[in-house]
Design a protein around this ligand. Structure first.
Ligand SMILES: [Mn+2]
Length: 244
């Protein structure tokens, strides 16, 4: 199994396209295709804050529909899904950007993109166990004891990380450093917490390098374990980057 796993895109479609070209994919019929049949995988958080959330959804939908990509949802995907269900959600933390893009569309186009996203989301597992249990892709990571389980606890963990329910002084949720304690044999590839550089610890890789906060969008080539990035076109927002 040969994969290129992409970090949190958050509507940065231009950077995503550039990264796939750097990985030798070419775009045919609205999605990237690799000449030797490599597949793409996504750690979730396709949308919000960036300028082209629906272009990202469209490409990932096409990949998934053609069995050429693996997608797992992030917390932002979960919130957009609940918005499309008609649930009351706060249009904040970047969702306002996606909703604004959506509201600019004609109603027929709205129906089409809503349908595509909901189908993509509904067909996605909470996390992916791949390559004979050697690789797990989960948005905010996963504890070893949760692999294979699908309770609401596991859902909260893979979407939001190891949260305690408490808040930091800046209002962000307190997250425990599960990766530091991870002792499993499966490689865990995740995103969710933007970092200036990829963090590799105990067989885990956080590949969210803050594309939407002006840093870079990163791919991890599996099984080669080679990292490739492209520079973000967004303004740099220093305070969004975690120190761990
Ligand atoms: Mn996230």
């Amino acid at each position: 199994m040969r994969l290129d796993i992409i970090g949190d895109i958050h509507g940065c479609f231009a950077e995503f396209k550039e990264l796939t070209l750097k990985l030798d994919y070419s775009w045919k019929k609205g999605f990237p295709v690799h000449p030797s049949g490599r597949k793409l995988a996504f750690v979730g958080d396709l949308t919000d804050r960036g300028p082209e959330s629906f272009a990202v959804i469209d490409a990932v939908y096409n990949l998934a529909a053609n069995n050429m990509g693996y997608y797992v949802p992030g917390n932002h995907c979960n919130k957009l899904y609940r918005f499309f269900l008609g649930n009351k959600v706060q249009i904040t933390h970047g969702l306002e950007t996606t909703v604004a893009e959506y509201e600019q569309m004609a109603s027929q186009k709205q129906q089409e993109v809503r349908q595509k996203f909901m189908e993509l989301y509904e067909n996605a597992p909470l996390y992916r166990v791949l390559d004979n249990n050697k690789l797990v892709i989960a948005h905010a990571g996963i504890k070893e004891s949760y692999i294979g389980k699908h309770s609401s606890k596991v859902k909260t963990f893979v979407l939001y990380g190891d949260i305690t329910g408490e808040k930091n002084p800046d209002g962000t949720p307190v997250r425990r450093d599960w990766a530091k304690e991870y002792e499993g044999e499966a490689l865990i590839v995740y995103g969710h917490t933007p970092l200036k550089e990829v963090r590799r610890i105990n067989n885990t890789y956080n590949i969210d390098t803050g594309a939407v906060f002006g840093n870079k969008l990163t791919a991890l080539r599996y099984p080669e374990m080679q990292l490739l990035s492209v520079q973000s076109r967004m303004p740099y927002v220093e305070e969004k980057f975690r120190k761990i």
